[in-house]
Every structure is written in C-alpha cells, then in structure tokens.
Design a protein around this ligand. Structure first.
Ligand code: ZN
Ligand code: ZN
Length: 141
C-alpha cells in the first residue's frame, strides 16, 4: 500500500513555504546562461510540477516575478532572493521548482543535462546522464 507523499519546500528566509503532492518528476539540470545568472551557480536543478499538485502555503506577498524572456517568468522571494520556480505562459499547467529549496531527502534524482553548449568552462560534467546541447526536446512544463 503506497502512502501519499508530500514534499515541502521554502525560500532561505522561510517567508515563502509550499508543498507538492505526489511523486516528483526527475530533476532536470539546466546549464543555460539565464539559469546560471538566476541561481548564481553552474546550473539550475529544476523539477516540473503540475500546478494541481503545487500549493503555496505562505508568502504570496513576498513572491515577485522577473520576465527573463518573453512569456517566461522566474519567481523569487523579494526578501531573501531565493529562486522559487519558473513558469511559462505557453505551459500554464505547471511550474518548474528549484530542487535546492525542497526540504530533506528527495525521492527523485537528476536525469538530464540541458543547454550543455552554454556550460561554464569551470564546471566539468562528470556523470553519464543524457546531455542536450540546447533545450530538452520535449519540455513537459
Ligand atoms: Zn525568502
Ligand atoms: Zn536554463
């Protein structure tokens, strides 16, 4: 008998808290220049989540969005700066949460590298996961 799983997450200051119902999709590592700048790291670790399974618990007033390219929004905490999720007008059914904000051990793991052509020259990709020069062929969300 499987138990309903709930994964919780939140920003650095704790003002924004959310929960996700059900299993988590594989983590998509994105090396694109925008993700690097938005996260301040070599890549972003993104998990697509259907909106129907994503619940914002606190901090709606803290959430701000930056439209990093037309129709694509990166939501962040206006108090501590944590990147919370991104979303696209063209895919209104879901958001892509940043895995680093999730609490505890996750029941998922990285599965792909995207935008490898933009990978920082100071970061060696050393695993054997599938790599895509540009975007994933069929982004789910
Ligand atoms: Zn915060
Ligand atoms: Zn990216």
């Amino acid at each position: 008998m499987s138990q309903a799983t709930i994964t919780t997450g939140g920003c650095l200051c704790g003002g924004i808290r959310y929960e996700i119902d059900g299993p988590l999709a594989p983590i998509q590592l994105c090396h694109c220049t925008q993700c690097r700048k938005a996260q301040g790291t070599a890549f972003a670790a993104n998990i697509p989540v259907p909106l129907s399974r994503f619940r914002l618990l606190t901090g709606r007033d803290l959430l701000r969005e930056y439209e990093s390219s037309p129709g694509k929004y990166r939501a962040f905490c206006s108090h501590c700066g944590s990147p919370v999720f991104s979303r696209r007008d063209s895919m209104p059914q879901g958001v892509r949460v940043r895995a680093g904000l999730l609490d505890g051990d996750l029941p998922t793991h990285p599965a792909t590298h995207a935008w490898v052509e933009s990978n920082a020259n100071w970061w060696d990709i050393q695993d054997e996961l599938p790599r895509f020069d540009k975007a994933m062929p069929t982004p789910s969300i």
